[in-house]
Design a binder for this molecule. Sequence first.
Ligand SMILES: [Zn+2]
Ligand SMILES: [Zn+2]
Ligand SMILES: [Zn+2]
Ligand SMILES: [Zn+2]
Length: 258
Amino acid sequence: MIDDAIRVLAGDCTVITEADDRAEYRGRVTTLVKPDNTVLVHDADGYQPVAWLTRADSVSSDRADGFTLVAKKGTRTLRLAAHDRDGFAHYPTSAAGTPVGECPDCGGALVRSSGVHCVGCGDSYGVPTDATVRDDQCHCDCGLPRMRVERGLAFNVCLDRDCESLDAAVREAFDREWDCPEPNCDGALRVLRRGGLIAGCEHYPDCDTGFAMPAGVVNGECACGLPTFETGTGTRCLDTACERILEGASEADAASDD
Ligand SMILES: [Zn+2]
Ligand SMILES: [Zn+2]
Ligand SMILES: [Zn+2]
Ligand SMILES: [Zn+2]
């Protein structure tokens, strides 16, 4: 179910924009109103609109007397009035993204933008930004592609969390694996979801120690006792604020940094 629609109006229009100054245009233009209230007025050439308002606070239209549209954002206003209407239509619209496979439900294209969604039926799946969507399909018969996500280990799980849970896989691998680093706490770190996946002390709320699970693979132990992770930007401690990460570095490692 794709319920987002893009509205298109074509015709001979007057367009008035008011911000610090006022401008008035008239021409046979095509106006697009996106679901996020972005308004674009296009004329005959170039990629750039004659007038536009990105993500307006409000867009109202009135079709009683020809067609008028008023978009407002802060102190800026865009007004449009059609003198002669060539066309007016609504079209379904979705985010565009990189194709990553085929929807097992409807055969439509699965594309990746912020998550993965089907261009055909609108089904969507939350995918961590650092995940890679793979070519191989899920082991069960759901037919979806799998994704590779690094959270201490590299996990390959179904796009559908109800089919195969990333959280459960990470929990199985790392729940209670590390001790809480608080000096006066004897707790273990649990794998929990609070917004993102975190390794958080089991004695919460008495102890509020918690670290976001890094996008990387465990490659050793920090001098502080917590694990270190190999990430896209280098090796780091589970605790981003930890400054003891370099203590264990060998002479050779230190030299190779020069
Ligand atoms: Zn579909
Ligand atoms: Zn599956
Ligand atoms: Zn603790
Ligand atoms: Zn550390």
